[in-house]
Design a protein around this ligand. Structure first.
Ligand code: AMP
Length: 512
């Protein structure tokens, strides 16, 4: 019989919230961590997002705070959670609010890049839970708007990312201000030496919980590769989004500029898309992410760094418009789909000069990804020409391409230049978003084999391409294995190493 949340003896208000959320079975990290954290023990969790680790610490923390309910003193917090990024900090705070909705706790989040005033006011009266990025938290401590002298529980989330972002020293400064008698919870996807050292300093006799094996998540995602010329990738993307099954998609590009171009190109073609990357302001990033979460955007185009910590349920597909430079980033990218037991697919567009990257990825994931060859594909060529003729693939909106003759570049972006769009004044074909496959017609129905992307103008006969067809056929041949195999809870492998974003975490955070 499987373990239930009730069996942990969690506070009834929490169980009620979990029922509302539809959580019935604890994930492996929750099953292993919750009982010990409820007892007040220190914890070392080797896990990353997608495993249910937020609830693994949020639930027992809320339980403990509720068991020993005291009014927090002004400018203090009973529990402090450090997160490397603003997005993750916001999501953690949201989780605390969701799970603790019947407990009436004061939860706030602080990060850089936004005004201090509202954050100071939020902290002023005292908090039960504060989620913060290290830079802004230190600022508040230095300004004496925050006092950690009565903090009882300390959580360090995504410790290896903290190292990547240069936050280890600030963390030590912060921790030195928290009373030694406290409960410590430490989470990291990997254990580089310096992080192991930090864990050793912070934790006292910790319970160790590891969600492995490395390749599990990779194995449970339907992966495929499409070999295609760089210049035909946009046509392939158009073909793909003619399929209604692509309900909520994350498209990864390798550059910020590329992300903008792909999003603009999709938008111009009638697919609701937004881009997030380091050059976007925090309010822009938050708006775009919120629209994607709410199903108002069907596609979110992102760079690796901007996508860190993003946790959106029901991502149907991850599309690698370009492969990442490091294989670990591939694993991290595709882990955004097939979360918490849901179905998910990952499709990678691979141009000739990306073959080496693909080989590296296959080496790291220890598997050969099923591939389809669309090079020299006439239908893609024709589609590309239709896109050009319709004025969608303009210089400003097109992803980079090398194989297009100079004289064939079409008009400039009609919207930007105030030129009437080539399709008669209907710049966007509005389609109703339908997150999680609830679109009219359902996930399995309603395919439109003839979906044009620019009003009634030239882009016709777009047959949705199914890059997983070969894989599915192979799976279907295996009588013991369902086509979309049920996905066990699991863990993603090592996290990519990345550059420090320009804001360095000083940037931002909004009040939860
Ligand atoms: P996390 O690893 O904390 O980022 O969680 C990944 C996703 O799994 C989040 O969207 C959670 O809402 C969801 N989740 C966490 N625990 C459970 C559970 N026991 N049952 C169903 N969904 C869950």
């Amino acid at each position: 019989m499987s373990i239930t949340f009730e069996s942990f003896g969690l506070n009834k208000a929490l169980l009620q919230a979990l029922t509302t959320e539809g959580y019935t079975i604890p994930t492996p990290i929750q099953a292993q961590a919750i009982p010990d954290v409820m007892l007040g023990k220190d914890l070392l969790g080797i896990a990353q997002t997608g495993t249910g680790k937020t609830a693994a610490f949020a639930l027992p923390i809320l339980h403990r705070l509720a068991e020993n309910r005291v009014a927090p003193l002004p400018r203090t917090t009973r529990c402090l959670i450090l997160s490397p990024t603003r997005e993750l900090a916001s999501q953690i705070a949201e989780s605390f609010k969701t799970y603790g909705r019947h407990l009436g706790f004061k939860v706030a989040v602080v990060f850089g890049g936004v005004k201090y005033g509202p954050q100071e006011r939020a902290i002023q009266g005292g908090l039960d839970v504060l989620v913060a990025t290290p830079g802004r938290l230190l600022d508040h401590m230095q300004q004496k708007t925050l006092d950690l002298s009565s903090t009882e529980i300390f959580v360090l989330d995504e410790a290896d990312q903290m190292l990547d972002l240069g936050f280890v020293k600030p963390i030590r400064q912060i921790v030195s201000r928290i009373p030694a008698k406290r409960q410590n919870l430490f989470f990291s996807a990997t254990m580089p030496t310096e992080i192991g050292k930090l864990a050793g300093e912070l934790l006292k006799d910790p319970v160790k919980v590891q969600v492995t094996p490395q390749a599990t998540t990779v194995e449970r995602i339907n992966q495929s590769v499409v070999h295609v010329e760089q210049g035909r990738k946009r046509a392939l993307l158009t073909e793909m989004f003619a399929d209604d099954n692509y309900t909520r998609c994350l498209v990864f590009t390798k550059t910020k500029h590329g992300a903008d171009k792909v999003a603009a190109y999709l938008e111009a073609g009638g697919v609701q898309a937004g881009a997030i990357h380091g050059n976007k302001s925090q309010p822009q990033r938050e708006r775009t992410l919120a629209a994607f979460k709410a199903g108002k955007l069907r596609v979110l185009v992102a760079t690796d760094i901007a996508a860190r910590g993003i946790d959106v349920d029901g991502v149907s597909h991850v599309v690698n418009f370009e492969l990442p430079f490091v294989p670990e980033a591939y694993v991290h990218r595709i882990g955004r789909t097939a979360r918490a037991g849901a179905d998910g697919s990952a499709i990678s567009f691979v141009a000739g000069d990306e073959m080496k990257l693909l080989k590296d990825i296959e080496k790291v994931t220890r598997q050969k990804i099923p591939a389809t060859d669309r090079r020299n594909d006439k239908s893609l060529g024709l589609l590309d020409q239709s896109i050009m003729a319709a004025g969608v693939g303009t210089k400003a909106t097109m992803p980079d391409r090398e194989d297009r003759p100079r004289g064939d570049r079409g008009p400039r972006n009609p919207r930007r230049d105030g030129v009437k769009p080539a399709h008669g004044g209907q710049p966007h074909r509005q389609r109703k978003p339908a997150p999680g496959g609830n679109r009219e017609g359902g996930r399995d129905g309603g395919r439109d084999q003839n979906r044009g992307h620019n009003g009634d103008r030239a882009i016709t006969n777009v047959t949705p391409f199914d890059p997983l067809a070969a894989d599915r056929a192979r799976s279907a041949a295996n009588a013991n294995r369902p086509v979309a195999a049920p996905k066990p809870d699991g863990e993603i492998s090592r996290r990519p190493r990345g550059r420090r974003p320009s804001n360095g975490g000083k940037g931002y955070v909004a009040k939860a």
